[in-house]
Design a binder for this molecule. Sequence first.
Ligand SMILES: CC(C)(COP(=O)(O)OP(=O)(O)OC[C@H]1O[C@@H](n2cnc3c(N)ncnc32)[C@H](O)[C@@H]1OP(=O)(O)O)[C@@H](O)C(=O)NCCC(=O)NCCS
Length: 146
Amino acid sequence: MDAVAEMWRNMAEQHLRYDPQRWDWTDDYVGVQRRQLLGTMDDPNHLLLVAQDEAGQVVGYLLAVIMEPGPIWRIRLRGEITDICVARRHGRKGIGRMLMERALEELRELGAEDVVLRVSEANRSAIKLYQKVGMRLVTHEMYRRL
Ligand SMILES: CC(C)(COP(=O)(O)OP(=O)(O)OC[C@H]1O[C@@H](n2cnc3c(N)ncnc32)[C@H](O)[C@@H]1OP(=O)(O)O)[C@@H](O)C(=O)NCCC(=O)NCCS
C-alpha cells in the first residue's frame, strides 16, 4: 500500500501544478487517500488492480468503481476509472495500457455496459493512453471558485 500511496502522491502533486484551486488537497491528503484505498479492498463495487515487476515491487495501480447510473439511463451498470498511476521509473513500458485493458475487461465481466473517467486537459500522456484503449472525449469540465 505504501508504493500505491506514493504513486498517488505524485499524481496529486501533478494535478496541483495543473490547477491549485481545482486540486486543493488537504494537508493529510495522502493519508486520507491511503485509508480510502484500503477501504475499497473489501468493497465488491470497487476494482483495485496492481501491477508488479518481476521482483514483486508494485509499479502501477488502477482503481475503478461500478455503479448504477440511475433510472433515466438505459444502461444498468456503469464503470468509472477513478485512478490510474504508474511509477515514474516504469513509465512508457506499456503498464498503463495493460492496466486499462484489464480493467475494461473486468468491468465488462462485472456487467458494466459503459465506462467513464475524468482527465485533466493538461494531462496529454493520460489522454493519449485513454484514446489508445478506445475512450473518446465527450465532455469538458468547467470550474470556478466561489
Ligand atoms: C498516464 C500514465 C498512467 C501512463 O502510464 P504508462 O505506463 O506510462 O503508459 P503506457 O506505457 O502504457 O503508454 C500508453 C500510451 O500512452 C501515451 N503516453 C504514455 N506516457 C506518455 C508520455 N510521457 N508522453 C507522451 N505519451 C505518453 C503514449 O501514447 C503511449 O503509447 P506509446 O508508448 O505506444 O506511444 C502514467 O504516465 C502516470 O501514472 N501518470 C501520472 C498519473 C496520472 O496522470 N494518471 C492519470 C490521471 S487521469
